[in-house]
Design a protein around this ligand. Structure first.
Ligand code: KIV
Ligand code: ZN
Length: 499
């Protein structure tokens, strides 16, 4: 069967979604999880866009051994130089250069005549080729480009040495039938197309990114660009879990497969949601909590008689464990480590020591600890910002006849700093006290949400806050059995990220 290459752009296009910026250590953690899944290509960033992106691409490039690592670059020498500098230590590097080919982008964004666009594509692909052999060219807004011009642009890139031609549906405008038609047309009309990898990159503005990508595969595309959980600009990109499970579940229809280890889908999806502080939509295809849940009596009856009446994939195929395990105060380190491994988490000694410390504290407050609690404890390690402010202690006083007030003490490196404030409720008072202590840039609390991680009175409560400062939006997360404490921790976490 044909093997479809999976190109993940969570760290580049995914990071371009508002509020989804990541730290370099978080990017590295995601890149390593993607490599463990056997993703073929990882787009680690846009090296020229900032020092942070450059450092992230360099670090990912130096660390990964199996996956190809690539950096985005506009079709200008400076971008290509920076991409090369960031990628030069990679085992398998790729420069991904792009230029818009649609009339609207050429006229209003590039302000360039079509002939000049063709010349630049040729020149810049040739220039990139002097740096390394693997060069991808993307014709931005390809699906709204004139066909003849798209044929010329892609043929020019191939003649200049491109090894991969990517067809982006940049604004999520196309339909599956149009996509089949376009890919077939390009395969029949572009000189040299049979010698390169033909790729697609679909956005989800009309909710059709996965359908359009799979349609391209059925018409002969060899690579699909996608992101974990469908993150990305505006409504996002095609979700990797949907593409991979679509091909896996319907391999007889598509007559192809991917090299991705599907049993790592669930843990990688959770890792990305946790790092970004985003709640998992319960009805998200493949990875939402309801994706394998059956509530209606008729469905439950059917599944009990034969699972395949209502399930087209097994929970195990994406790495979900069927039997829930329950732990308590007396559970040992070995058993917990084994369960974490089964759940797809490999922790080093220091991480396990830290998790065990938090496990014991939680076990003192909560009678039984299940897989969701363990997942939450693992995700907590991704929240703490090294060298950031940490909560030391707090007191709140509130009621319907008193003015709420809070005393908050934070650890700032070696020092302890304390403030007291009154507010409109205990959380507002605590947040005002924290604002006196953390000297963050001017900001507003844009959103506050609270979720229960598990069931019962002693459930872990997770708070997610969104903080806006000018153009920048950050999220902060906090987790505790006490919701005031999780609220305080989330705000400190968000401000640390802002700093
Ligand atoms: O959506 C798009 O067109 C892109 C390109 C840069 C590949 O992200
Ligand atoms: Zn994109």
């Amino acid at each position: 069967m044909r093997k479809i290459k999976i190109f993940d752009t969570t760290l580049r296009d995914g990071e371009q979604s508002p509020g989804c910026s990541m730290h370099i250590t978080e990017k590295l953690e995601i890149a390593m999880a993607l490599e463990k899944m056997h993703v073929d290509v990882i787009e680690a960033g846009f090296a020229v866009s900032s020092q942070g992106d450059f450092d992230a691409v360099s670090k990912v490039a130096a660390q990964l051994k199996e996956s190809t690592v690539c950096s985005l670059a506009r079709a200008v020498p400076k971008d290509i130089d920076m991409a090369y500098e960031a990628l030069k230590h990679a085992q398998s590097p790729r420069i991904h250069t792009f230029m818009a080919t649609s009339p609207i982008h050429m006229e209003y964004k590039l302000k360039m005549a079509p002939e000049k666009v063709l010349q630049t594509i040729g020149d810049m692909v040739r220039y990139a080729k002097t740096k390394m052999s693997d060069i991808e060219f993307s014709a931005e807004d390809a699906c709204r480009s004139e066909r003849d011009f798209l044929v010329k642009a892609t043929a020019t890139a191939i003649a200049a040495g491109a090894t991969v031609i990517n067809i982006p549906d940049t604004v999520g405008y196309t339909t599956p039938m149009e996509m089949v038609d376009l890919i077939t047309y390009l395969r029949n009309h572009v000189r040299g197309i049979e010698n390169v990898i033909l790729s697609v990159h679909c956005h989800n503005d009309l909710g059709m990114a996965a359908a359009n990508s799979l349609a391209a595969v059925s018409a002969g595309a060899d690579q699909v660009e996608c992101t974990i959980n469908g993150l990305g600009e505006r409504a996002g990109n095609a979700a990797m879990e949907e593409i991979v499970m679509g091909i896996h579940t319907r391999k007889n229809f598509y007559q192809c497969l991917t090299g991705v280890d599907t049993t790592r889908i669930s843990s990688t999806s959770k890792l990305v949601y946790n790092i970004l502080g985003l709640p998992i939509p319960i009805n998200k295809a493949i990875v939402g909590a309801n994706a394998f849940a059956h509530e209606a009596g008729i469905h439950q009856h059917g599944v009990l008689a034969n699972r395949e009446t209502y399930e087209i994939m097994t929970p195990q195929s994406i790495g979900l464990l069927q039997n829930q395990m329950v732990f308590g105060k007396h559970s040992g380190r070995h058993a917990i480590e084994k369960r974490l491994n089964e759940m797809g988490h490999e922790l080093n000694k220091a991480e396990l020591d830290d998790l065990m410390e938090r496990f014991k504290l939680l076990a003192d407050k909560k009678r039984s600890i299940n897989d969701n609690d363990l997942e939450a404890l693992v995700s907590k390690k991704t929240q703490d910002i090294e060298n950031g402010y940490k909560l030391d202690r707090f007191t709140v006083n509130c009621g319907n006849y008193v003015t709420s007030n809070a005393v908050v003490r934070l650890q700032d490196g070696e020092k302890l700093v304390e403030a007291v404030a009154i507010g409109d409720g205990p959380i507002d008072a605590a947040y005002k006290a924290i604002d006196m202590l953390i000297k963050a840039p001017p900001h507003v609390l844009d959103d506050y949400a609270i979720f229960s991680v598990t069931e019962g009175n002693d459930a872990l409560g997770e708070v997610i806050v969104r903080i806006k400062s000018g153009e920048k939006t950050v999220t902060g997360r906090g987790l505790s059995t006490d919701i005031i404490e999780s609220s305080i921790m989330a705000y400190i976490n968000g401000l640390n990220r802002l700093l």
